[in-house]
Design a protein around this ligand. Structure first.
Ligand code: SF4
Length: 308
């Protein structure tokens, strides 16, 4: 991976998806939500208006270069440090990718802009859209997602139903559960009822395994998550937030690429080793000076040390 890329990161290996090239079209950290569980930290640009946050032509140039030099990934995923549907050129960028490669495109979204039909139609150009849902009413929406002004639970719910009607691809739903916040049986039952209305093809249950924005956010045990799967239709599946596969990696240690990944995705040395193909010792040695300089931090979470 060319370390000069500003908008591309990875490819990140995942047991379920293989290798996924990330595209980040929202500068750190631009989002319509400021979720208490966000692994990117606090939202600094809290907006619900779309814009060309990064130059469309620059993103296209990086994609052209990556396709010419590497071009190997199982998915190209819009993700990273914010909400990708806020990018006003999202549809155009998916068209650009589709004209050049058969690699399937995935969009990870919080669903907040699907009240707008133009946003639905742009995101619907992707092969897979994964939306998140962790709330069941206005109060929980305000407490957990902390939306930008002008967004409400009512519009979120209507938008997600809108999108399902206009999207023929794979719609996945990720439900993020936190102990003591939204994981009580009656709360999960209410979330599951809303999930049924959205009618996704798959439902994933996730929890705060990696460091969240708010330290008091606690994970749900894997055992409890598994017990909750049957409340959903279709039956949910538990996912780990960073499933590392023994995927191909080139073994080259590129510190800038690692930092780019960590900034979007807190990770352990073991996970970074799997991404880069480098040894765990080499990863630790390369990142130690950045810890000393204060560019990166280490946070303990569930017995693991995460670079963030
Ligand atoms: S978790 Fe997603 S939707 Fe929530 S603040 Fe972070 S980037 Fe935005």
């Amino acid at each position: 991976m060319n370390s000069a890329y500003q908008y591309l990161f990875g490819p990140v290996p995942s047991r379920r998806l293989g290798r996924s090239l990330g595209i980040d079209v929202t500068p750190f950290k631009t989002c319509s939500f400021n979720c208490i569980f966000c692994q990117c930290g606090y939202t600094t640009r809290h907006v619900a208006e779309r814009a060309e946050f990064v130059p469309f032509s620059d993103v296209c140039a990086e994609l052209e270069e990556w396709l010419a030099e590497d071009g190997q990934a199982d998915y190209i995923t819009f993700a990273g440090s914010g909400e990708p549907t806020l990018y006003s050129q999202l549809g155009e960028l998916i068209d650009f990718i589709k004209a050049r490669t058969d690699i399937p495109v995935m969009v990870l979204s919080n669903g907040s802009l699907f009240q707008r039909l133009d946003v639905c139609d742009e995101a619907a150009k992707a092969d897979i859209v994964k939306i998140s849902l962790s709330v069941w009413d206005e109060e929980s929406f305000q407490k957990i997602n902390r939306p930008a002004a002008g967004l409400s639970f009512k519009t979120l719910r209507a938008g997600e139903r809108n999108f399902r009607r206009r999207f023929n691809g794979q719609l996945w739903l990720e439900v993020f559960l936190m102990e003591g916040i939204n994981a009580a049986q009656d709360q999960v039952e209410q979330i599951a009822a809303i999930a049924t209305e959205i009618a996704p093809d798959k439902i994933h249950l996730n929890t705060a395994v990696r460091p969240p924005a708010e330290k008091e956010v606690a994970p749900v045990t894997e055992e409890k998550l598994r017990a909750l799967c049957g409340l959903f239709t279709p039956c949910a599946e538990v996912i780990a937030s960073f499933e590392v596969a023994p995927a191909a990696a080139d073994g080259n240690l590129n510190t800038e690429s690692l930092v780019g990944l960590i900034c979007r995705h807190p990770a352990t040395a073991e996970q970074l080793a799997a991404v880069s193909g480098a040894g765990i010792g080499a990863i630790r040695a390369a990142l130690a000076p950045l810890i000393d300089e204060g560019q990166l931090q280490i946070e303990e979470r569930n017995g693991e040390s995460y670079y963030k």
